[in-house]
Ligand binder design. Structure first.
Ligand code: COA
Length: 262
């Protein structure tokens, strides 16, 4: 049972990148459940087909486009098609991200670049295309999915913390430049979410004991998606350039041991 009104996003159109799986699909479903028509994009068509079937089964008016957010041409075509098919664009959620654990010494320049390109350049590409093709004339809300690990740093995640710190900074810059056009740009910074690919890649499935998290547990994708819904909605009409950390308070403390030299 959602704590938000069911018609909170009635009449709105949302684009969610990386919307076929994990948090992205949860966000797409939650925005759709509150009245938005939803477009999702990712690189993998089979995942997109399955996700759209699921969303439609839940009563959401959903479409998909295959798109690698690293490619400005594909991004521009996707945004154009969404506007063409749905007639407008109100909400953009930059959720697409790449992640794998690797020590700095085991990370190639290309490996570092791959994650920065997906997370940071991808957020730039999609935000810019959406702004130029629609939002600058009509206003809207952009919500960028960041992380909380960059606030302290994290072993095996140098590429990711670098990319996510960039997403935070880019979001503030966009908020400043586009505020006068009625475009709000905010960040949701999730902590560990049970059952997501990202957490499985970094932490394995060992999320049972999380004593360093003040709220004493991993979060759920629904709890993170609710913050996205708030920021995307008119309930956040005076909120821009903000970072909403949704991590149970976890980044404030640290359960991580420093790696030892071997
Ligand atoms: N450790 C070290 N380097 C790695 C790696 C790992 N586990 N996985 C990928 N890389 C490196 C590759 O070696 C390559 O560098 P190289 O050319 O110097 O060898 C570089 O990253 C790009 O890899 P590639 O597989 O060609 O990139 P891609 O664009 O197809 O994949 C990734 C993107 C790298 C992010 C990949 O991990 C991925 O597709 N992940 C799935 C999505 C995901 O991460 N979801 C979780 C979201 S939180």
């Amino acid at each position: 049972m959602s704590p938000f009104r069911a018609d909170l996003l009635a009449g709105k159109v949302a684009l969610v990148t990386g919307g076929a799986t994990g948090l992205g699909l949860e966000v797409a479903g939650l925005l759709g459940a509150h009245g938005a028509r939803v477009a999702i994009c990712s690189r993998k068509e089979p995942n997109l087909e399955a996700a759209v079937a699921q969303l439609r089964g839940d009563g959401v008016d959903a479409i998909f486009h295959v798109c690698d957010v690293r490619r400005p041409d594909e991004v521009a075509a996707t945004v154009e098609k969404v506007v063409e098919q749905f007639g407008r664009l109100d909400i953009v959620v930059n959720n697409a991200a790449g992640n794998f654990p690797a020590p700095i010494s085991g990370l190639s320049a290309n490996g570092f670049k791959a994650v920065v390109d997906i997370d940071l350049l991808g957020t730039y590409n999609v935000s810019k295309a959406a702004y130029e093709s629609w939002l600058h004339q009509h206003g809207g809300a952009i919500v960028n999915i960041s992380a909380a690990i960059q606030y302290r740093g994290m072993a095996l995640q140098a590429h990711v913390v670098s990319a996510k710190a960039g997403v935070d900074a880019l979001s503030r810059a966009c908020a400043i430049e586009w505020g006068a056009d009625g475009v709000r740009v905010n960040v949701v910074a999730p902590g560990a979410m049970a059952g997501t690919e990202g957490v499985a890649r970094i932490a394995g499935e060992d999320l049972q004991a999380m004593p360093h998290i003040p709220l004493q547990r991993a979060g759920t994708t629904t709890e993170v998606a609710q913050a996205v819904l708030f920021l995307a909605s008119d309930a956040a009409s005076y909120v821009t350039g903000a970072i909403v950390v949704v991590d149970g308070g976890g980044w404030l403390t640290s359960g991580e041991s420093a790696p030892r030299s071997t």
